[in-house]
Design a protein around this ligand. Structure first.
Ligand code: ARG
Length: 462
C-alpha cells in the first residue's frame, strides 16, 4: 500500500471503488495554501519541542515553501491515488525532501485536527471577502438612496398600496439587513478565531509536548480549542457560516424579487441597464432581469447547502466520523456562489434607473393617505377608533364617487364627519404624508437623511 497514509496494518491496497468514493481532492485541493501554512506552524512546534533538528526543520520549511510556490504557479496537482489534500501534500513533500525528513512532519497531528483547522482558516478568509462584497452592495444602495431623496413611491404591505414612502427609505430598508449580515460574519469570526483545533490530534490531544496556542497564533487564531474532541468533531462553525451565506442569499432574493416586479410593464418603476440584463433568443423585444432571477434562484441553493450540512451533522456521535468530509462541498459552494453573485447584483443595482414620475403618480393612489386622515383626526382630539371609522367612511365615499381622497370637496368631507374641516388637506398630499412621519426611523426626508448618515457609519465600522 505504497504512498498511502496507513499502509502498516493492511495486506492489500484500497479497491478502486473505495478510492473513487473516498477521494476528495477534486474539492479540497483548494485548501492547499492553508494546509501548507498549518504544516509550517506544526514543523515550528515540533522544532520548539526538540523533536526536529535545526537542519531537518529548515529542510521541511524549504520543502513546504517549494510546494507553495509550485501551487501558486499552477504546477502542483494531486494524483488519482491521493485520497485527500492532506495525503497528497504529504506525498509531494516526501518527493521534495525525501522520506527521512518528510516522514517526521506527521508526528503529533492527525488529519482530523488538520482539516478542522484548515477549514476554519479558509472560511475566515472568505468571510472577509464576502463581507467586502456585501458592503459594496450596501454602498450602491446608499448611493441610489442619496440620489433619490426627493422621490416618493407607494409603500406596500401585502403587496397592496399602504402608505407613501420615500424611495430612498425603501432602498435603505434593503441595506440594513446586509449590514447585519456583515456584523454576523464578524461575530462568527471572533468565535472561530479563538478555537484553533491544531493540537487536538485524532480526538484526544497529543503526547509530544507541542504548544497548540503557538500554532494557533501562527495561523492567525487568537486561541486553541479547549476540548480536543470538540475541536475535531464540531462543525457548528461551518453550519453557522452556511446560515449567514443563506441569509445573505435571502436578503438578495427579496431585493431581486422587487427588481423583477419593478421592471415589469405593469409596475414600470425601474429600467435595467443593457449591460446588466439579457435578451431572448426568439422574442426580439425582450429585456429580462436574469441577474435578479439568478439571485432569487441561488438563494434556494444557499438554503439547501445549509440544510444539507445540518442533516449531515445531526446524527453523528463524537468524535470524528468520515461523514464530516461532506461538510466542505456545500460550504465551498455557498462561498463560490456568493462571490460570483454579489458583484453581479451590485452592478445591477448601481445601474438601475428609476422611473420616478411613475412612482410619484402611483404614490397617492389606492387611498394610501387614509391613515394620514385618521392620525390627523387623532391630533385634533378624536379617539383613534372613531378616527379610523371616519377615514374608512371617506374611502367608501370615494369608491362610490370613483375618486381618490384628495378629490373630496370640503362639503363631501364635512358630510362624512363634521370633524373633517378643510385643514385636513394638509395631510392629503403625499409630501405632507411623508414629512409628517418624522419620528425616529420614519420616512420623513429629515429622518431619512439622518438614516443615511447612520448607515454610512455602520458600514464604515467594518
Ligand atoms: N478528508 C477528511 C475530511 O475532510 C479528513 C481526513 C480524516 N480521515 C480520517 N479517516 N480520519 O474530513
Amino acid at each position: 500500500n505504497e504512498g498511502s497514509l496507513w499502509g502498516g496494518r493492511f495486506a492489500s491496497g484500497p479497491s478502486p471503488e473505495l478510492q473513487a468514493l473516498s477521494r476528495s481532492t477534486h474539492f479540497d485541493w483548494q485548501l492547499t495554501p492553508y494546509d501548507l501554512a498549518g504544516s509550517r506552524a506544526h514543523a515550528n512546534a515540533l522544532h520548539r519541542a526538540g523533536l526536529l533538528t535545526d537542519a531537518d526543520h529548515a529542510e521541511l520549511l524549504r520543502g513546504l515553501s517549494a510546494l507553495g510556490e509550485r501551487y501558486a504557479a499552477g504546477d502542483l496537482q494531486p494524483a488519482d491515488s491521493d485520497e485527500d489534500v492532506h495525503g497528497a501534500l504529504e506525498r509531494l513533500l516526501l518527493d521534495e525532501v525525501g522520506p527521512e525528513v518528510g516522514g517526521r512532519l506527521r508526528a503529533g497531528r492527525s488529519r482530523n485536527d488538520q482539516v478542522a483547522t484548515l477549514f476554519r482558516a479558509y472560511l475566515r478568509d472568505h468571510a472577509r471577502t464576502i463581507s467586502g462584497l456585501v458592503l459594496d452592495l450596501v454602498d450602491v444602495l446608499e448611493h441610489q438612496a442619496a440620489g433619490h431623496l426627493d422621490v416618493i413611491m407607494p409603500g406596500r404591505t401585502h403587496l397592496q398600496h399602504a402608505q407613501p414612502v420615500l424611495l430612498s427609505h425603501h432602498l435603505l430598508a434593503h441595506a440594513w439587513p446586509l449590514v447585519r449580515d456583515v456584523e454576523r460574519l464578524r461575530d462568527w469570526d471572533a468565535r472561530v478565531a479563538s478555537d484553533s483545533p491544531y493540537g487536538s490530534g485524532a480526538l484526544a490531544g497529543q503526547t509530544l509536548g507541542l504548544d497548540p496556542e503557538a500554532v494557533a497564533a501562527e495561523l492567525g487564531f487568537s486561541g486553541s480549542s479547549a476540548n480536543s474532541i470538540d475541536g475535531t468533531a464540531s462543525r457548528d462553525f461551518a453550519a453557522e457560516f452556511a446560515f449567514v451565506t443563506a441569509q445573505v442569499g435571502v436578503d438578495l432574493s427579496r431585493l431581486a424579487e422587487e427588481v423583477i416586479l419593478w421592471t415589469t410593464r405593469e409596475f414600470d418603476f425601474a429600467t435595467l441597464h443593457d449591460s446588466w440584463s439579457t435578451g431572448s433568443s426568439i422574442m426580439p423585444q425582450k429585456k429580462n432581469p436574469d441577474i435578479a432571477e439568478l439571485a432569487r434562484g441561488k438563494s434556494g441553493r444557499l438554503i439547501g447547502n445549509l440544510s444539507g450540512l445540518m442533516a449531515t451533522l445531526k446524527g453523528l456521535p463524537l468524535a470524528y466520523n468520515r461523514d464530516l468530509q461532506e461538510d466542505k462541498e456545500p460550504v465551498f459552494d455557498s462561498v463560490q456562489t456568493l462571490e460570483v453573485l454579489l458583484p453581479a447584483v451590485t452592478g445591477m443595482v448601481a445601474t438601475l434607473a428609476f422611473n420616478t414620475a411613475r412612482m410619484a403618480e402611483l404614490a397617492p393612489q389606492g387611498f394610501s393617505l387614509a391613515t394620514d386622515v385618521a392620525e390627523w383626526l387623532v391630533r385634533e382630539g378624536v379617539p383613534f377608533r372613531d378616527a379610523h371609522e371616519v377615514a374608512g367612511a371617506c374611502v367608501r365615499r370615494c369608491e362610490e364617487l370613483g375618486c381618490d381622497l384628495p378629490d373630496l370637496t370640503d362639503e363631501q368631507l364635512a358630510a362624512v364627519s363634521p370633524a373633517l374641516t378643510p385643514e385636513v388637506r394638509s395631510v392629503l398630499t403625499v409630501e405632507g404624508s411623508v414629512s409628517s412621519r418624522s419620528g425616529r426611523g420614519g420616512t420623513a426626508p429629515v429622518r431619512v437623511r439622518e438614516q443615511l448618515d447612520d448607515l454610512r457609519s455602520a458600514s464604515a465600522a467594518h
